[in-house]
Write a protein of this length. Structure first.
Length: 165
C-alpha cells in the first residue's frame, strides 16, 4: 500500500499542473479547467488503486484524461441539446451523429500518428525522396538530379518505401 501512496504523490506532483494547463486549453475557462483536471486526477487515482501494475504511467494518465474529456464532451452535448418548452418556436439542433464523426476523426488521427512514426523510421534517403516526391511534388528527374542518383534508383526507392509504409 505504501507503493500506492508514493504513486499518488508522484502523480499529484508530476501531473496536476500539466493536466490543469491541458484542461484550460480544452475548455478555455479556468473554472471548467479546474473541474476537468480534478476529475482526471480522481479517475487516475481510482484506476491506479485498482490496477496492480502500471508499466507506463504517462500513457496511463493521458488515456484516462482522454476518456474523461470525451465524457465531458458527451455531457455538454446532452445539456446543450435539452430545450425548454419556452424555446419550442426555435429550430431544434440537427440530429447529426457527432460520436461517429468524432470516432472517425480519432481514427484518422491515430493513422496519421502511425504514418508519421513510420516515415520517421525511414532512412535518410528514403525519407527525402518521399518528401520531395509527395510533399514538394517534384518530378523523379528533378529528385535524381538533386540527390545525384539515377532516375531508376529514385523509382526503386519510392516503390520500396511505399511497400514499407
Amino acid at each position: 500500500m505504501e507503493n500506492k501512496n508514493e504513486l499518488f504523490e508522484k502523480i499529484s506532483d508530476d501531473y496536476s499542473m500539466v493536466l490543469l494547463n491541458w484542461a484550460y486549453k480544452k475548455t478555455g475557462n479556468k473554472t471548467d479547467a479546474e473541474d476537468l483536471a480534478q476529475e482526471v486526477l480522481v479517475q487516475v487515482f481510482r484506476s491506479a488503486h485498482k490496477e496492480p501494475n502500471i508499466d507506463k504511467l504517462d500513457n496511463f494518465v493521458w488515456k484516462i484524461a482522454h476518456f474523461v474529456w470525451c465524457n465531458h464532451l458527451r455531457k455538454s452535448v446532452v445539456s446543450k441539446s435539452c430545450v425548454s418548452i419556452d424555446s419550442l418556436e426555435y429550430e431544434f439542433p440537427s440530429e447529426e451523429d457527432h460520436a461517429e464523426r468524432y470516432a472517425e476523426a480519432e481514427e484518422m488521427s491515430e493513422r496519421i500518428k502511425k504514418m508519421r512514426l513510420k516515415v520517421a523510421n525511414l532512412n535518410y534517403l528514403q525519407r527525402e525522396i518521399m518528401i520531395m516526391h509527395y510533399i514538394d511534388e517534384l518530378p523523379i528527374k528533378s529528385i535524381s538530379k538533386k540527390l545525384s542518383i539515377t532516375e531508376a534508383s529514385v523509382k526503386w526507392h519510392l516503390h520500396e518505401t511505399r511497400k514499407k509504409l
